[in-house]
Design a protein around this ligand. Sequence first.
Ligand code: AMP
Length: 617
Amino acid sequence: MTERFIGIDLGTTNSCVATVEDGVPTVIANKGGYKTTPSMVAITESGRRLIGHIAKRQAITNAQNTVYAAKRLIGRKWSHASVEPARQVLPYKLVEGELGDVRIELREKAYAIPEISAMVLTEMKRIAEEHCGGPVEKAVITLPAYFNDGQRQATKDAGRIAGLDVIRVINEPTAAALAYGFKKNITKRVAVYDLGGGTFDISVLDIHEGVFEVLATSGDTFLGGEDFDQRIVEWLVLDFVKEHKIDLRTDVMALQRLRDAAENAKMQLSLSVSTEINLPFIITADSKPDALHLQRTLTREKFQELTADLVQRSITICERMLQEARLTTSDLNEVILVGGMTRVPAVQAAVKSFFGLDPAKSVHPDEVVALGAAVQAAALVGGAKGEEEKPTMLLLDVTPHHLGIMIAGGYFNVLISSNTTVPTSAMHTFTTVRDDQTTVKIVVLQGDSRVAQENELLGEFLLTDLPAGPRGTVEIDVRFDISSDGIVSVAAKDKTTGREQSIQVTASSRMSEDELSNIMGANDEFAVAEKNAEQFQALKNEVERSLRDIDRLLPGVRDFISASELGDGALKKIDAVKERARAAMQAQDIEALKSVHEPLDRAVTMLKGVTDRIAKP
Ligand code: AMP
């Protein structure tokens, strides 16, 4: 038997888990029967972690401690331009981490973003384990194609924290194409247009007899459903200000209700041309005796007007990508729509008009990415074990950004261009500029600008212990590798001696190994505590049921027992065990509760027996 494996689509808004069963890619539903689970995490007042639907349900009343859209922040540095605007609109608190990364403060504890994403992944793992009836560790996780190295590393870290063996991270549009072309003997050039809750990706692939070759990819990691919702929220807020001179954004609960209503209205408008937004008692104003209500009609036309530029932004990215890849829309045979946002009629119309193609009907926009991840996991696990039928499939993906170094004058010297097939590598020779120089700093960047500073800093690599010598004579070969995961690594060799040079990585916002293992340890303890809490609750429910039975039965038989051979001693024993049960529940003492469980059961059985005897003399 092959190892169990899963594919996880870790979405901004929703996540989905799938596996391959008897050769068929299959989405695994959660306990509630839903095939997707909200990527939401909450910490309750008592310190419990809530994940998924249960977190979403309590978001309005616990908005400051409920995290949504954490994926927009994963692998981001605090200084990144996107962080400040996010701070303005998010109901939960962002703080700067010691590594210059973004953290989320919930009930006075700062969580790293991978820690939050790990909670969602843990839930997806649990859903899969319940379905499979045993542990599942191997996973392929998907991420936006346009994610940079930091975001990829952070996603892999999240997987590790969740106790997963992340055998590969793959790009979401590529995963969608894998699911689309799985076991189909087709030769096609397809575009995958993927607009999800938080990110946009576009990829063009050639599919030919099981080979999936990505030709080009582009995207925007800050363009998605959240932005569309935000436009509706702003429209509602401005209108309310005009009418009542009150800014609803200042009230966390009102803002959360607005967000929910905006998303619902957006979804309604995929089906109808007009929708009602009704939020009674949205806020109370000091100057007015009664609470104020919000009631508005939003037409599809108005929604399109509010969001037209967002749709256009995605089309401009498609246009640019095709140009860079020297392709035109007439080179494409098919366009696949992925992500919940592609249900929006204006998005569908824009895609159809730009590509001149009717989108493929056979894919499910919410499930296709997880299915593709599962297909890839099957290929990797089957292949690694050399067992079972291994899907004959080859995936050739590309790197989304240029990779390079900073050179004199603050310029960006590209070593690996965007859209190069991965894995790939490039070599660059560094030399000393001073006599007896023992260290050289390499600033590694990813991005598209000629100006070094405008790109994403991946890290500063310090070559140390260089041999002494006149300037220009010491030459170090540095190798830059990009793995199939799109993750960058750097290795250096002394050119004259061939000796490996040591490298120190600084200026990286990635969590250290120490912090990762601390979190994993804490999570294990947390999991044990949660399990104990669950066990305690289950036992408490049973004990409470027995106590209720005793209280119901005892009054009718008390005199009979007292007069019988059992006597008052039996009654005293029952009272004593009831007392112990109440004390154990109050003290939350699971051992004490276990010790009363059986005596309570016996008492109930005895009382039922006596009740029957009295009823049938
Ligand atoms: P995904 O990240 O693929 O799960 O996409 C989630 C995004 O799709 C969220 O912004 C949802 O509000 C949006 N979405 C889901 N269903 C619909 C729908 N029927 N109409 C409009 N937007 C939708």
